[in-house]
Write a protein that binds this ligand. Structure first.
Ligand SMILES: *Cc1c(COP(=O)(O)O)cnc(C)c1O
Length: 372
């Protein structure tokens, strides 16, 4: 019998699949629980925009047709809203798809990608799958102003002649840490002009600090920049899978070469366009997140638990008992959050912001688990 594990490419041989948050249906099936809540995948607790749902329903009656492979209408809407050119936008089946195009276009055996310890897990996966090496840069210490955050100096110092891509999540998942205007600009100035810099802004809509860079305005100054965005978080369309990258028309053209022809489906295209124009839903989502972060932060404080200050829609907090035990006991109470030991954050758990009632239930359940 052929051992096919020896036949896959060297990159795939060492690959560990991404670990997603536990789906509600799986918890209910495995534990016989109903009324469980999921605060594990940084999803929008308000659900999708009603306008997006209506647009998706209309699009459903046309699903015998292939989608518009160029995503003309969505690109126009994005270009108009944010003042870009449609030729600067690449659409992906979620922004993870875009991250993969970048890896396939720019990475391969003999070269490397640079990113921070505790950075979003997908960077390591797409780098490895492309057969390139990951150069992982130690994160800032716990007592830094951004505990466990990206260390700009160290990132710059790690780049070598084989580096093709630098991945920066701003803010980062799972830590919620961010890089300020000055820090990021300082880093960009130190990165050679022929190295691609990916700034992953999956949580940009939630940012509360005024000191956050509007990186899409830097594209002319730094033509090596690619900024990634998603409809999965604040726009509430995680299940439909739409994300995009903004870059120079030249880079956009290159990454489009590896994109599958119909990578974003027609229902998703229609829903994303409608969601983009639903500012009411977006600002409600942002308000609920702001209040929820405060509620969770206050609750964790009163339990005496350390958490990493976050600009996202989630908090990473420290527990003394093994986090997997706390996670399991919360599951039994019907509350799904996320272990982050796979990131090397061995004493931490990550909770996504839910509705006020969900946050309260999480905090009550956590208190119960920690007392037992
Ligand atoms: C959630 C997330 C994404 C978005 O993933 P999609 O594929 O768009 O659903 C990208 N980057 C980071 C850092 C994330 O946390």
């Amino acid at each position: 019998m052929t051992d096919f594990s020896q036949r896959v490419t060297p990159g795939v041989q060492g690959l560990k699949p991404y670990e997603p948050g536990k789906p509600l249906s799986e918890l209910e099936r495995e534990y016989g629980i109903t009324q469980a809540i999921k605060l594990a995948s940084n999803e929008n607790p308000l659900g999708p925009s009603p306008r997006a749902v209506a647009a998706a329903q209309v699009a459903l009656s046309e699903v015998h047709r292939y989608p518009d492979g160029n995503g003309f209408a969505l690109k126009q809407a994005l270009a108009q809203k944010f003042n870009w050119l449609p030729t600067q936008i690449s659409l992906g089946n979620g922004s993870n798809d875009v991250l993969e195009f970048i890896a396939r276009a720019f990475l391969g055996p003999g070269c490397n990608a640079v990113f921070s310890q505790y950075a979003f897990a997908v960077y390591a996966i797409v780098t490895q799958a492309a057969g390139a090496a990951s150069k992982i840069v130690p994160a800032l210490p716990k007592n830094a102003s951004q505990p466990y955050g990206h260390d700009g100096q160290a990132l710059a110092a790690t780049i070598d002649e084989h580096t093709r891509v630098v991945f920066i999540a701003n803010p980062n998942n799972p830590t919620g840490t961010w890089m300020s205007v000055t820090e990021l600009e300082h880093l960009l100035k130190r990165i050679p002009a022929d190295v691609i810099v990916v700034i992953d802004e999956a949580y940009a809509e939630y940012i509360q600090t005024p000191d956050y860079p509007d990186t899409s305005r830097w594209l002319t100054t730094y033509p090596n920049l690619i900024v990634a965005h998603t409809f999965s978080k604040a726009y509430g369309l995680a299940g439909l899978r739409v994300g995009y990258a903004v870059a120079s028309p030249e880079i956009t053209h290159l990454i489009n070469r590896v994109r599958q022809p119909f990578n974003v489906n027609s229902v998703a295209l229609a829903a994303a366009e409608a969601a983009l124009n639903d500012n009411v839903h977006l600002s409600r989502s942002i308000d609920v997140n702001r209040a929820g972060l405060k509620q969770l932060g206050d609750g964790l404080n009163s339990l005496g638990l350390f958490f990493i200050p976050s600009q996202g829609n989630f908090l990473c907090f420290q527990v003394t008992p093994p986090p997997r035990v706390v996670y399991e006991q919360l599951l039994r109470l019907g509350v799904i959050i996320r272990p982050v030991d796979n990131y090397g954050l061995k004493e931490f758990l990550r909770v996504s912001v839910g509705t006020q009632a969900e946050n309260k239930r999480f905090l009550t359940s956590l208190a119960e688990v920690l007392q037992s």
